[in-house]
Design a protein around this ligand. Structure first.
Ligand SMILES: C[S@@+](CC[C@H](N)C(=O)[O-])C[C@H]1O[C@@H](n2cnc3c(N)ncnc32)[C@H](O)[C@@H]1O
Length: 254
């Protein structure tokens, strides 16, 4: 998956929503002082940073298969135990953490059933995750893919290609993993853009599926897609804000 391009590009792409999403995610996960928490698929460390603020960095761990992201997360949260590993093979003992979280990750796992089973194995109390509402109210990506579909009906719209981006699919995945009292809820956050180029330029860096698609286009095709995005955003002349919805799922281990 295209998450090795660079942490700066990620921060300006979907990472822009990360701090606000991490705070609402940690609240919904009911992380409490004294807990030990693991962030699976931690990326550059935005959720680990939020968890460390609440729990202390020595009570927080993270894993990600991307080495540049693990290096960035270690630098962002000194003292946290951040390792290179996939969700499907977590390098921790059973019941090592009170809460195990993953943010915007289960839809990218090679084997989500195995990944969630591993999250459950290392969790004593609860397992949570959130995934963008790609087909609906994640506006930054929805605008991009609707513009892409207007020009190319075979564009790999994440609203169609992504799994586990509805409440029902997430709930079923958690239930199959043996988690109990499974509940889902929307997490809605916002991010600001200085201008249209601030929105557009991260797509050209090739990060994530949307960036990979954008970077695969010819110069002429990219210009057409850029123009279609600009129009769908209402041709903004200056700063603007977009909202983004993710679906959260939470389950208890007992
Ligand atoms: C959209 S990013 C989310 C990163 C971070 N959680 C955040 O909220 O910014 C998806 C992350 O999933 C990671 N990933 C992909 N496959 C994975 C797997 N099998 N197990 C764990 N993480 C995985 C990627 O390396 C990337 O860091």
């Amino acid at each position: 998956m295209s998450f090795t391009v660079g942490t700066d590009a990620y921060a300006r792409h979907v990472g822009r929503y990360g701090p606000a999403l991490s705070a609402t995610h940690a609240d919904a996960a009911r992380v409490a002082p004294g807990d030990r928490a693991l962030d699976v698929g931690c990326g550059p460390g935005v959720l680990i940073a939020e968890l460390a603020r609440r729990l202390g960095s020595d009570r927080v761990a993270g894993v990600d298969p991307s080495r540049p992201f693990v290096a960035a997360a270690r630098a962002a949260v000194p003292g946290a135990d951040v390792r290179v590993a996939p969700a499907e093979q977590l390098p921790f003992d059973t019941d090592s953490f009170d809460v195990v979280l993953s943010q915007l990750v289960v839809n990218f796992m090679t084997d989500a059933e195995a990944g969630v089973a591993e999250m459950r194995r290392v969790a004593r109390r609860a397992v949570t995750s959130c995934v963008w509402d790609y087909a609906g109210e994640m506006r930054m990506l929805r605008i991009f893919w609707d513009a892409a579909l207007e020009l190319d009906r075979d564009a790999p719209d994440e609203g169609r290609t992504m799994r586990y981006c509805t409440r029902d699919e997430l709930s079923a995945l958690w239930t199959r993993a043996g988690l109990r009292d499974v509940e889902t809820q929307p997490l809605v956050v916002e991010a600001g853009y200085d201008d249209f180029d601030d929105y557009w330029s991260p797509f050209t860096a090739g990060i994530a599926p949307s960036g990979a698609y954008c970077a695969s286009l010819s110069g002429e095709q990219q210009a057409a897609l850029r123009a279609a995005c600009f129009r769908r955003l209402g041709s903004p002349a200056g700063p603007f804000t977009l909202s983004a919805r993710a679906w959260l799922v939470r389950g208890s281990t007992s």
